[in-house]
Write a protein that binds this ligand. Structure first.
Ligand code: GLP
Length: 252
């Protein structure tokens, strides 16, 4: 495992390259546990997807072993599929409860996510923006889409965006279909936190693993800062760490 600082291309991004997914997850867990230990009232911005699962398993194991206390932590999630109620197994609300919140003892009232069943889209986006405003994040965890998206901010989303409704890119529907029994079941629309809101977190941690993320990682770190690769905006964040395994870092 080694660290790299790309002085010219990315003045602020701290990059940690690990041998594999497990090492990436372990390193991420150290950072997350430290944040909660130092500030038990921390507001954590959390992400779904396959990538953070190893980190979440480690947070659960750490709590069992060391008693790290999450009872005063509040969470805000990035995004939610439109049309899925929080009881639906593929909803992100369900994912968080099953893979993290229950096991960490985080009460439902301390968690926040867009309501996938909201019928008034604008009102739901405004409600979520107000929630984000009330809960400034100490920490924001991000995965990375193979097309460079973060949360569900697909290519060409304005950097100034707040919570909004997106139509998912075909590549995202295809990528995410592995978690559904068939591709036709993947919702085509979602609510997502916007790029401006993501950038407002005090500290950002991005995780990426596997060769199918290598192009997106390259663009995020070395490419120009452009709305056509949403993750490139992170080059402008003053405290952003990327933990990436060798396969995903292969083009750096
Ligand atoms: C989804 C989520 C993103 C996530 C991305 C990558 O589209 N909305 O927040 O980062 O997928 O997912 P994975 O970690 O499964 O590769």
């Amino acid at each position: 495992m080694y660290r790299r600082k790309f002085a010219k291309e990315t003045q602020n991004m701290n990059i940690i390259i690990t041998d594999d997914y497990e090492q990436m997850s372990a390193r991420a867990a150290e950072i997350a546990v430290r944040i909660v230990t130092e500030n038990p009232n921390a507001v954590l911005g959390l992400a779904t997807g396959t990538t953070p699962l190893g980190l979440y398993k480690r947070l659960i194991a750490d709590r069992a072993q060391n008693g790290t206390d999450y009872s005063a932590v509040r969470t805000v999630n990035l995004d939610e599929y439109m049309g899925l109620p929080k009881t639906h197994e593929q909803s992100y609300a369900y994912f968080m409860r099953k893979n993290l919140f229950d096991a960490l003892g985080i009460a439902p009232e301390n968690t926040n996510i867009e309501d996938g069943t909201a019928t008034d889209e604008q009102a739901e986006c405004a409600r979520y923006d107000a929630t984000l405003e009330k809960l400034p994040r100490d920490f924001q965890l991000l995965g990375l889409g193979s097309n460079g998206h973060i949360a569900f901010n697909e290519p060409n989303t304005p950097f100034g965006s707040t919570t909004h409704v997106v139509t998912l890119a075909d590549s995202t529907v295809k990528d995410n279909s592995r978690l559904f029994s068939q591709i036709s079941e993947v919702p085509r629309k979602a609510f997502t936190m916007g790029l401006k809101s993501i950038m407002q977190a005090k500290k950002i941690l991005v995780l990426a693993s596997g060769a199918n993320k290598a192009d997106a990682v390259f663009g995020m770190v070395r490419g120009e800062v452009t709305e056509s690769l949403p993750a490139s905006v992170l080059q402008l964040h003053p405290d952003c760490t990327l933990i990436v395994d060798k396969a995903a870092a292969s083009k750096l």
